[in-house]
Design a binder for this molecule. Structure first.
Ligand code: 5AD
Ligand code: SF4
Length: 474
């Protein structure tokens, strides 16, 4: 048994990350363990987790399991968890209740917990003591060991917990079963060294490790060969890409090299304003296949709160960067993340946040009430706001954010925009996809158009999506 350790998770040394190219193996006796059996994965949280679930799916399929979307049909159920806020915890424990219920009637179902919550000491402690019926727990650093961890649990007929809290390595050869045939997630870096004071990610995901440019570019080239239309480059703060490699190569260089592979669409998340340099802006503006969509988390508009958060920029610097991006990439849609009610946030601090929203008029924003995460510095800061005050701030912010989101959407009426049709829409006879600026569009089109980038004339604006009609096939 290996348990997570927050103190170890905090450590950062100068040691270079190891790049491991051939460590993934399914032990012989596990190769058919899933024959005639089904797996179900519930994924919470960010795109990084979604992509990890694609790796886990491939590993399970290597053991013979077949995917099911129906929980009741599953022989193995995995919860790939998120630790970013308390409500992610609540959701996961709620779901676990459903699994326990199923296990009462179908005893040999295997239940596993992985992802960011598995990296948290208090969570694993409670699974060990109160959820003894959970079979396996593994973390973000060792998902490639799933077959071995499963074997241990089956052989010993007991709960197997294997979570390591280390700075982390880079595993290059973990198999992947992608959810989409048209758009793909590509990790460019793992972990984070920013240690924003509210954030648990640097503890659950380890230190910043950039993959080598050649490995990323080869992955994208293979995707082009496989007819993929879009890649999203993933990292906790992609702008810092390459800074840990000691080669003179930055996110701007990577974007340029990925653009040169000829893939139709390139996106990237998430950016931190701190490392967003001019080269990046220049390259995004230069290449048509780098999408004019930038997610640029603000978190707060108050200099005082930004300092307490450890964000290393001011309101003014953020707005200047925002304006510079808009100047060089005029059609760019910029979205953001905002936290309200950070410890000590006054009415004036909150007004500063509203002020930035009024200045930037974001295309949309994800807004959150601050949630203390055990082990982070902010969790030790005093938070005096009542629940009502927190909710009121969130409500006021959302009203403003929605107003500007709606204004941004209205500008699309009667415009012709490119859309990658990626799935069947909930709307009968329609397909759905996203514009280059990441607006969700429903279009009446035959299924044979799936995977195509088409021109769509926007005919109606809904609150969270646009309706349109096909103009022509590309
Ligand atoms: N409380 C509330 N929101 C948080 N986020 C990260 N940590 C916390 C927290 N402790 C938000 C940030 C981040 C997004 C992914 O989640 O806004 O950008
Ligand atoms: Fe968390 Fe800050 Fe790192 Fe983003 S940059 S993952 S908010 S510590």
């Amino acid at each position: 048994m290996n348990l997570p350790d927050l103190k170890e998770a905090k450590i950062r040394t100068n040691k270079k990350s190891r790049i491991i190219k051939d460590d993934y193996k399914v032990p012989n006796e596990m190769k058919n363990i899933g024959k005639n059996k089904k797996y179900y994965i519930k994924t919470y949280g960010c795109q990084m987790n979604v992509h990890d679930s694609e790796n886990i799916s491939a590993i399970l399929e290597d053991m013979g399991y077949v995917k099911t979307e129906d929980l009741k049909d599953a022989d193995i159920i995995l919860l790939n968890t998120c630790a970013i806020r308390e409500n992610a915890h609540n959701k996961m424990f709620g779901f676990l209740g459903r699994v326990k219920h199923l296990k009462e009637t179908k005893k040999d179902i295997i239940c596993g917990i992985c992802g960011c919550m598995a990296q948290e000491e208090n969570v694993v402690e409670s699974i060990k003591n109160k959820y003894k019926w959970v079979d396996i727990v593994f973390g973000t650093h060792n998902l490639h060991k799933l077959p071995n961890i499963l074997k241990e649990s089956i052989d010993k007929q007991k709960q197997e917990i294997d979570v390591v809290s280390i700075e982390g390595d880079i595993y290059e050869n973990i198999p992947v079963k992608r959810d989409s045939k048209y758009k793909a997630w590509v990790n460019i870096m793992l972990g984070c060294d920013k240690f924003c004071t509210y954030c648990i990610v640097p503890y659950t995901r380890g230190k910043q490790r950039s993959r080598m440019p050649i490995d990323i570019i080869n992955e994208v080239k293979d995707l082009v060969k496989d007819n993929y239309k879009e890649v999203t480059l993933l990292g906790q703060n992609v702008n810092a890409y390459g800074k840990d490699l000691n080669i003179d190569y930055t996110m701007g260089d990577l974007l340029e090299d990925v653009a040169k592979t000829g893939i139709d669409r390139i996106r990237f998340v998430t950016s931190h304003p701190w490392d967003f340099d001019d080269k990046m802006i220049e390259i995004i503006a230069k290449y048509d296949n780098i999408m004019p969509y930038i997610h640029l988390p603000l978190q707060s508009g108050s200099d005082r709160i930004l300092k307490l958060m450890g964000r290393r920029y001011t309101k003014e610097k953020y707005i200047n960067l925002f304006n510079k991006i808009k100047e060089y990439i005029p059609n760019a849609a910029i979205t953001t993340d905002i936290i309200v009610a950070f410890p000590g946030e006054t009415e004036d601090d909150f007004k500063d946040t509203l002020d930035v929203v009024k200045t930037c008029k974001f295309d949309s924003a994800f807004t959150f009430i601050y949630s203390p995460r055990e082990g982070t510095p902010a969790a030790r800061m005093e938070n005096t706001l009542t629940e009502e005050e927190k909710n009121n701030r969130l409500y006021e912010l959302n009203e403003l954010v929605n107003k500007y989101a709606n204004e941004a959407n209205q500008k699309y009426l009667n415009k012709i925009v490119p859309v990658l049709l990626e799935d069947i829409s909930e709307k009968e006879g329609n397909l759905m996809g996203y514009t280059d600026t990441m607006k969700l569009v429903n279009v009446e089109a035959p299924k044979s158009y799936l995977g195509k980038i088409v021109n769509v004339k926007i005919t109606d604006i809904k609150t969270w999506s646009l309706d349109g009609e096909l103009v022509e096939k590309n």
